[in-house]
Design a protein around this ligand. Sequence first.
Ligand code: ATP
Ligand code: MG
Length: 317
Amino acid sequence: MSLFWRIFGLNAVVLGSATALLLWAPVTVSVPVVLTEAVILVGGLVVMLVANAALLRWGLAPLDRLTRLMTTVDLLRPGQRLPADGGGEVAELIRTFNAMLDRLEQERATSSARVLLAQESERRRIAQELHDEVGQSMTAVLLALKRAADEAQEPLREELHQAQEITRGSLDEVRRLVRRLRPGVLDDLGLVSALTSLTSDFATHTGLKVLRRFDGDLPALEPETELVLYRVAQESLTNAARHADARRVEVGLRHTGGTVELAVTDDGRGIRAACEGAGIRGMRERALLIGAALDITDAPGGGTRIRLTAPVPRKQP
Ligand SMILES: Nc1ncnc2c1ncn2[C@@H]1O[C@H](COP(=O)(O)OP(=O)(O)OP(=O)(O)O)[C@@H](O)[C@H]1O
Ligand SMILES: [Mg+2]
């Protein structure tokens, strides 16, 4: 039914009932009006208005639902749709809106994929240059300092040793940076080794206790999926260290049915209704890229749990 006929019909029902009551009920209106008659008339008017409001609310409910979805819809949480049953303008409007969401979600996923891939390749390039340029020249400086220290007399020798230590520290820092930018172990040794190295680096640098629970029978994953799991673990750990005030973080990797689930759980203050920043939105975009689901919930006993559930591709027969 079109919106016009829907509203017209609702009003006709209310007005028709009021007229029927006037025709068949024993009601008379005197001039000037008597108090009891005025009370009955006003009462009737109130009943009519309430009935009209209730019917209109019911009739316009699909439009209300549509407006609410329009104001709250988030393309990073795909699949939010309204049922569009029947015919009429409202159902047509909902169907068009749903189709528009389909298109926007698809375009969003494609453009995020493009941006994320460009970001990864830029990171790889910077990591390569850091490794090949800065790393190499610092190693050369380190060797030169060692030679100079071997030949120098005290107290210059002591100072050269100190310079050597500082340079070694910086070289370690560059190597760590390179590892963070481009998880090379991911390509060479796979996800479990990369996550193990990430978590032990994290534990050393933050002083937090890290528990690893990795299933032994993890299936082979696409390189893209592994990278997304790695980046989500990386951001979740960074967030736990920066915001959670936690003492312990648990990183789990489980294989259940057709999915692999990464869970990072801290025992901190909990995320509650914090605004999502670039970090969490980045995780959502990465999840979309591989068709995975990202859940952020309170962990049992306080703290935050980030869970990424990624589909495992079926084996080709
Ligand atoms: N593990 C956590 N425990 C408690 N609060 C958290 C946790 N993770 C995130 N938050 C809250 O959620 C907010 C958004 O996190 P998000 O990672 O999106 O942004 P950010 O860490 O502030 O900045 P960045 O863009 O550098 O990641 C944080 O500012 C913080 O208040
Ligand atoms: Mg963050």
